[in-house]
Design a binder for this molecule. Structure first.
Ligand SMILES: C[S@@+](CC[C@H](N)C(=O)[O-])C[C@H]1O[C@@H](n2cnc3c(N)ncnc32)[C@H](O)[C@@H]1O
Length: 187
């Protein structure tokens, strides 16, 4: 059982993340992705972003934490949810967009590349990916979780292997320019 799977630490995370959501990312994505598109979210956590996404898109939520999936299911009995790992993404469904907010920083570079390659195969023609990362370099470990910080250059190099980058934007989560989002499209 990990940090996001145990009730106590998962509830601590929910309290810590109070007041933060993906509104900025979703607004940027909405400039490109038409209403009604099919969106998969990787790592829904408490589901704040999934709720925002669901007002405009047909959404499927996913996580590898049963705690978060079951919690969201209790609050939203008809939600379309999948238990998926961000790297392997074992589903035969297809989507117009795959979205995550502060999830893929838990993956090392090798697994990030594997995830992006797998996402490519799950996306419909011309589909989009939108993902956010913590900005910086190096790796931290907190509560047994790895945090891989990314620079703009490294994200550009990694995403451009499989996608056309539409926008890569530094933004503020906790402090100025501590985060970067990448919106990209299948080439
Ligand atoms: C920062 S939270 C996401 C918060 C979410 N965007 C929201 O709207 O509240 C990170 C989530 O990613 C999930 N996660 C971490 N590593 C994962 C992996 N390898 N595969 C799938 N989900 C993962 C965690 O279980 C957690 O629910």
């Amino acid at each position: 059982m990990g940090f996001y799977d145990e009730e106590k630490t998962a509830l601590d995370y929910i309290a810590m993340a109070e007041g933060y959501d993906g509104n900025l990312l979703i607004a940027a994505m909405s400039q490109h992705l038409p209403e009604g598109a099919e969106v998969l979210e990787i790592g829904i956590g408490p589901g704040k972003d999934l709720n925002i996404l669901s007002s405009r898109y047909r959404v499927t939520g996913s996580d590898n934490s049963r705690f978060f999936l079951e919690r969201y299911r209790q609050l939203n009995p008809t939600a379309d949810l999948l238990e998926l790992d961000a790297v392997t993404l074992k589903t035969d469904r297809k989507f117009d967009c795959i979205y995550s907010n502060k999830v893929l920083h838990h993956l090392d570079e090798n697994d990030l590349v594997r995830s992006l390659e797998r996402q490519n195969t799950l996306l419909n023609s011309g589909g989009y990916t939108m993902h956010s990362f913590w900005s910086g370099s190096g790796v931290d470990e907190m509560h047994g979780l790895k945090f891989h910080y990314r620079t703009e250059d490294s994200l550009r190099a990694t995403f451009s292997e499989h996608y056309d980058i539409i926008s890569q934007v530094p933004y503020e989560e906790l402090e100025a320019n501590d985060s970067i989002y990448v919106l990209a499209r299948v080439t």
